[in-house]
Design a protein around this ligand. Sequence first.
Ligand code: ARG
Length: 488
Amino acid sequence: MVTTEIGVTAPPASADKTGKLRLGALTALVIGSMVGSGVFSLPQNMAAGAGPLAIMIGWGITAIGMLALVFVYQSLATRKPDLDAGPYAYAKAGFGSFIGFNSAWGYWISAWLGNVSYAVIVFSALSYFFPAFGEGNTWQAVLGASVLLWLVHGLILGGLREAAGVNTIVTIAKIAPIVLFIGIAVVAFKLDVFSLDFSGLGNAGLGSITAQVKSTMLVTLWVFIGIEGASVFSARADRRSEIALATGIGFFTCLALYALVSLLSLGIMTQPELAGLKNPSMAGVLEHVVGPWGAILINVALVVSVLGAFLSWTLLAAEIPHVAGRDGTMPEFFARESGRGVPSTALFITNALVQLFLIITLFAESTYQALFSIASTAILVPYIFSGAYAAKLAITGESYEAGQSRTGPMLIGLIATLYGLWLVYAAGPAYLFMCALLYAVGVPLYVYARRQRKERAFTAVEAVLALALVAVGLFAAYEMWTGAVSPF
Ligand SMILES: NC(=[NH2+])NCCC[C@H](N)C(=O)O
C-alpha cells in the first residue's frame, strides 16, 4: 500500500488476481476510512435529541446529501484529474485563492479537532476498566491522551506510516463487533419499546420533529466524514470504475450499519434511557442485553478502531497544510520536511493544537459530543464549495463536451451544496461561533502566505469576505467570553 500526498491510502498496483477480491479489499478500504469513533456512540448521540421517527428522517436526509457529495467528488475527480490536492483544490479553482485557503484551513481544523474528540472517547472507553478516566476529560484522561499524542508523534517522525496488513486487521476488528451487536440487537429488539414514543413528541424536552431532526444532523455527518478521501483518490487509480463501485458499496454498507445501530437500540432501551447512557453507548446497550462482556467487547473494539483512525487522521491532518504550504495556499513553513521526508513542521503544529485543545477540554470540561460537533461544523466549508464547484462546472459547461448532459451533475452539485447549507443552519449558533473564531484566526496567516509570495492579498470581494469573517470571529469570541454562547 502506498500513501498518497494527501494521506489517502491507496491499494497496491499489483492487487489480487480476481476482480472480486480486489473489489472486496477496496470496499474494506472505503469502510475503514469512514469508521472511527462515531458509530460506537450512535445510540446515545442520536437518542439524546430525537425519537425513532426523526432519527429515520435524519438518516434519509443524510443518505441523500452524502451520496450527492460522493458523486460530486467522483465527478470532479474525472473532470479535473489535475486538481489532486484534495477538496480544497476544487474550492480554489472554482472560487479563488481566499475561498481555497479557507477550505484547506477548515478541512485541517476539522481533522485535528476530530483527533481531540478521538482522544477523549478513547479514554472514556478505557474508564470502563480504569474509572479515573471518567468521561475522557478528567486530568488523568487528558494526561493519558497527551502521552498517547506525543507517542504517535514520535512514531510518525520515526517513519511510521499506515500498513496494508494492519489496516485490514483493524477494519475487521472494528466491524466484527458492530455486526455482532446488530445480530444480538435484532434478537433483543422489542417492537413495543420501539413504538412507545415513535414520534418523540411524548417527551416535551425533545421539541418538534424538525427540532429533533436538526439535533441528529451533526452526528450523522460525523460518522460519514472520511468518505471524500476514497472519492478523491479515484482519480489516480487505473481502475477508476472499480473504486467508484467500492465507494458506493462502502457507503451503503455503512449507512445500513449506522441506521441499524441507532434504530435497533431504540427497541432495546427507551429514548430517555439511551439519552442517559455514557459513551461509547453501544457498550451500555450491549451490556443491558448480554451483561458485562458486551461492554468489554465494545470498549475494546472502540479503542482498536479509534487508535487506527487516530493514526490515519494525524497523517492526513499534517498532510493538508503541508501540501497547501507547498502550493502557496498556506505559509511556506508548513511545507518543511524532516530528513526522512516527514512533514515535520506541519505535524508539530497540528499536534501542538491537539495538545492545546486537550488542555481546553480539561478546563472547559468539554465533551466528546461537543468536540466532534465542532469538527463536523468546520468541514462544511470545503464540502459546500466542492458541491458548488461541481454545480458551477455543470452550469457553465466547463470541462463538458458539447451535447453531454449537464442536468444530472448540476442537480447533484446543488443537492450537495444545499445539504451543506442546511447543516450550517442545523448546527446552531454555538458551534458556528466556535468555527467562525477558528476560521478568523486563519485570515492573518493567509495574508502572510500571500505576502511571502509577493502576491496581492485580496481581491475586492475577498477583502469584504475577510473583513466580515474577522468581524464575526471577534463577535463570536466576545459572546463566548461573556458566556452568552458556549460550544462546550
Ligand atoms: N479525526 C477526524 N477528523 N475524524 C473524522 C472522521 C470521523 C469518522 N467518520 C468517525 O466516525 O470517527
